[in-house]
Design a protein around this ligand. Structure first.
Ligand code: AMP
Length: 476
């Protein structure tokens, strides 16, 4: 597998620190407002990355922080008359719900900054003791002159920091030094060896990753905008505190979701919230739209492209439906000709065609894996799926397909569905299937009533008969 590493600006063979184990950290949101579809683009991309790594046999621990203390949160709380922590919890809950709806479900642990103040203070103390930080009347700062490698990730210079919002403090050693701890009296504040205050933004991530992963780990991700200065600052902090390099083996960054060439963002006001989008389109459609572009490239959002995604996706659903129908026909046919009655010529043809189908499937699977192995090239992987559908449809139209081949196709689409996070395999069921569901619920209800009447014999018999149909009932 190859992964593009922002640090080396090249695709590298992926080799985690510990064989088959991947420690993945992605910067989480600052929770002061609803998440927009630009955020969703980044988190869906890393969801795919986690999913594919798992598919390739790695055991993935995916960690994300939640920035629940920040000037933006306080500002919004003041303007809305809310408590900053209540506001943060409200938007954190909304973010998590959005992610769930979008099928972003591979994060193992969300770590809130405010629940890691102890770890943050410890890391600042280490930096102070080692001479990488110093205290002023206003806070504790990282001394950038002590870390000459600053800028190695972005290839930018320390002086560029001037254009970023760096704490104004005339007592700082260098104007670019960034805050590790801000001395404050207005709540929310936490006690520290330097008086009450709040942590700086960059230190929360390294304190959290050190706590769960140690000073070195495999993959760190986020959007392109975080490379400078956020990720540079993280490297400076962690490598200085631990003395170990590199902090991270592979730095991965997603391109922006743009609107008319401009980054979608709260400040520009050109955003659509995830919730708004999902009132008109399904999570599958948005995911398809995201995956149609490589995760590192910019992606331009428009209604037309979403419509195209919907149409393309419909072709996949239709194909899966056809396969299901053919499988059902096979299952429910009663007057199938006995083998000896069928023409030997047709049998031969069938075998040949099925072989062709099996070859096509095998070849597509290999190519699919190759595309994904190549820095998670989802547009390539998707286009292979469409080629496959086209060719398979042609064969299906002409010939009868064996049950086994159909099952293999279904299995392949279930696999793709899992890897890419779609719901191909669990689309709204047809009425017949729905009736089955209703029927099973009905039987379960009847059994419940029998149990209430203590008719154990009959209720056990129903359970055993359902069991034969692979419907397992557990009485709690
Ligand atoms: P924030 O809450 O602003 O820190 O953003 C959370 C994550 O979403 C970060 O990794 C950002 O880089 C990413 N992000 C924000 N806006 C966009 C966008 N328009 N396109 C892609 N990613 C974005």
């Amino acid at each position: 597998m190859k992964i593009y590493n922002t640090l080396t600006r090249s695709k590298e063979t992926f080799k985690p620190m510990k064989e088959n184990v991947v420690k993945l950290f992605v910067c989480g949101p600052t929770v002061y407002d609803n998440s927009h579809i630009g955020h969703a683009r980044t988190y869906i991309s890393f969801d795919i990355i986690a999913r594919y790594l798992k598919y390739r046999g790695f055991s993935v621990f995916y960690l994300q922080n939640i920035t629940d203390i920040d000037d933006k949160i306080i500002k919004r709380a003041v303007s809305t008359g809310k408590d900053p922590m209540d506001l943060a919890r409200e938007f954190e809950a909304k973010y998590l719900q959005d992610m769930k709806t979008l099928g972003v479900e591979n994060v193992n642990f969300y770590a809130r900054a405010t629940e890691h103040i102890k770890e943050i203070i410890l890391q600042i103390e280490t930096l102070l003791e080692a001479g990488f930080a110093y205290e002023t009347d206003n806070g504790v700062y990282f001394d950038i002159s002590q870390y000459p490698d600053f800028g190695k990730l972005s290839n930018r210079k320390i002086e560029d920091l001037k254009v970023h919002r760096i704490s104004p403090d005339s007592n700082k050693k260098n104007p670019e030094d960034f805050a590790l701890w801000k001395k404050k009296n207005d709540p929310p504040t936490w006690d520290s060896p330097w008086g009450t205050g709040r942590p700086g933004w960059h230190i929360e991530d390294t304190a959290i990753t050190e706590e769960y992963f140690g000073p070195q780990y495999d993959i760190h991700g986020g959007g392109l905008d975080l490379i400078f200065p956020h990720h540079e600052a993280e490297i400076a902090q962690m490598e200085s505190a631990s003395g170990q390099k590199p902090m991270v083996r592979y730095w991965m960054h997603t391109g922006f979701l743009n609107v008319k060439g401009e980054k979608m963002s709260k400040s520009l006001g050109n955003f659509i919230t995830i919730k708004e989008l999902l009132t008109n389109y399904s999570p599958d459609v948005f995911r398809f739209f995201v995956l149609s572009t490589h995760y590192r490239s910019p992606i331009d959002f428009s209604q037309e492209i979403l419509e195209q995604s919907q149409n393309s996706l419909n072709r996949v659903y239709k194909f899966c439906e056809t396969i299901d129908e053919l499988l059902n026909v096979e299952n429910f046919t009663v007057d199938e000709p006995a083998p000896e009655e069928s023409s030997p010529h047709k049998n031969l043809l069938e075998t040949v065609e099925n072989q062709e189908l099996d070859r096509l499937l095998k070849e597509t699977k290999l190519k699919f894996q190759k595309a994904m192995d190549n820095d998670f090239n989802t547009p390539s992987a998707l286009s292979l799926v469409f080629d496959y559908i086209r060719s398979t449809n042609q064969i299906i139209r002409q010939d009868e397909i064996s049950q086994k081949s159909l099952q293999n196709i279904k299995f392949f689409f279930n696999e793709i569905s899992d890897i890419l996070g779609f719901t191909f395999s669990s689309q709204p069921k047809k009425s017949k299937d729905h009736r089955e569901e209703v029927l099973v619920d009905f039987i379960i209800d009847i059994r419940k009533k029998l149990r209430e009447k203590k008719d154990w014999e009959l209720s056990d018999e129903i359970r055993s008969r359902l069991n034969d149909l692979d419907i397992i009932l557990e009485d709690k």
